[in-house]
Design a protein around this ligand. Sequence first.
Ligand code: EPZ
Length: 422
Amino acid sequence: MDYYRIKGGKKLKGQVRISGAKNAALPVIVASLLADGETVLKNVPDLKDIRTIIKVIEYLGAETDFNVETNTLRIMVNSIKNGEMPYELVKTMRASVYVMGPLLARLGEADVSLPGGCAIGERPVDIHLAGFEAMGASIQLEHGYIKARAKKMKPATFTMRQVSVGATANLMMGAVLTAGSTVLENCAMEPDVVDLGKFLNKMGAKISGLGTERITIEGVKKLSPVTYTIMPDRIEAGTYLLAGAITRGDVTLTHCVPEHIQSLIDTLKESGFTIETGESRVRIAPAKKPAGFMIKTLPYPGFPTDLQAPLMALATTIQGISVIIETIFENRYTHVGELRRMGADISIEGNTAIIRGGNRLMSAPIMMSDLRAGAALIVASLAAKGVTEIRRIYHSDRGYENLTEKLSALGADIRRVKGGTF
Ligand code: EPZ
C-alpha cells in the first residue's frame, strides 16, 4: 500500500486549480441513465469513487469512455437493465444507492445492495426508501438487498424527516419521468444537489425550487442526452484554503465558486485571516495572530461536515480555545486520536470537540480512517515539525485529484511512496 511522506513547515504559496466536484459528479453520472443516447460530462475528476460509479452504470448497461487527460466522460446509453450488482462493487461506495432513482423511473424496479454502516456513522437510507414508497414503490429487504418495485410511479408530496443530500438527489431522479407534480419538502440545498437539478433540467426535466427547501418536479415523458460541465468541488477548495491557512501561506484557489465555501471563509476571516474573493477565485493570506473560533456543522449553507476534520487540524495550531460541534454524522471524530498523536490537545464531550491550540504539531506515524479524516491528517502534516508518514491513503484517493502534484506545486514537501510494508 502506498503512503504519504510529508515534511512539514513549508509555507504554501501560489495558485491551485480546483477540480470538478465528486459529490455532484456521482449523481450526475447516474442520472445519465435517464436518457438514451450519448451524454458528455466535462470537468469530471479522476477519482476512485468516480471509477467505481462508472463501473456501476456499466453494469446496468451503459458504455463509457473516460478521457482523464481532458476530464471528459462520455456515456452511451442504449438500454438499461436492473440486476443485483456484485456486493464487491457497491460495498466501497454508498453513492451506488443513487441508481434506485433512475431504475425506478425507467424500469419500475431496482435491486440495490443495502449499504451497511461506514466509518463516519450508521448512515441509513430510510428517507430514500420512504420517499420512493410515497411515490408508489413497494420495498422489500431480501438477503442484504433492497428490492423496489413500482408498476407505475405516482406523483407525491413528501417531507423528508431530516435534510438529506442523497435522498433529495435520489428522489428528484425518481420523479422526473413521473406524470404529474411531485413536491419534496425539507430538501437539501447543497450546491451538489443544485448541480444535479441543473443537469436534469438541461436534459428536459421540469424541476423548480432548486437550492430551496421545497423542490417541485413536473414529470416529463422523456429526457434527452446533453453535454454538461460539473461544478467545482467546494470541499476540495476548502481543504486547500485550510492547507494555506495552517502553513500561514499565501494560496489562491482558481476555478472555484467562492460562495459555495462562504461559511468557511467567514470562519477564517473571524479568526483573523485575510481573504480576498473574486468571481471564481479565493486568496488566503496569513493572519498576524489568528484567534480561536467556534463552529457547528449544519446542512448547506451552514458549515459543511466534510470540512470539519481539516478545520480541526487548523484549530490545533491557533493559540487559545476553539470549539467544534458535529451535528451531521455521529462518528466523525476519528481523526482526533491521530491528531493527538501529533501532539494536539483535543477533548471530546458528546458531539463537541474542544481544541486547545497553539503548540506546534509534531510528526508521528498516522493513519487515515476515512476521506475527510485523511484530509485533516494531510493538512496537519503540512504544518508539523518533522517528517510525517500517513498510511491508508486509499481514503484520500477517493476524493482528491492529483493531490501530490497540487500540493507540490504550492511548495509542499510531499511524496507518495510506492508500496511499503505497512
Ligand atoms: C453526502 O452524503 C455526501 N456524499 C457526504 O460526503 C456528506 O458528508 C453528506 O452528504 C453531508 O453533507 C455524497 O454526496 C456522495 P446525507 P449523504 O443523506 O447523502 C442521515 C464525503 O466525504 N440520513 O445528507 O449520505 C445521515 O445518516 C462524503 O465526500 C438518514 O438518517 O448524506 C446523516 O446523519 C462523506 N437517513 C444525515 O442524514 C437517510 O435515508 C445527512 O446525510 C439519509 C440520511
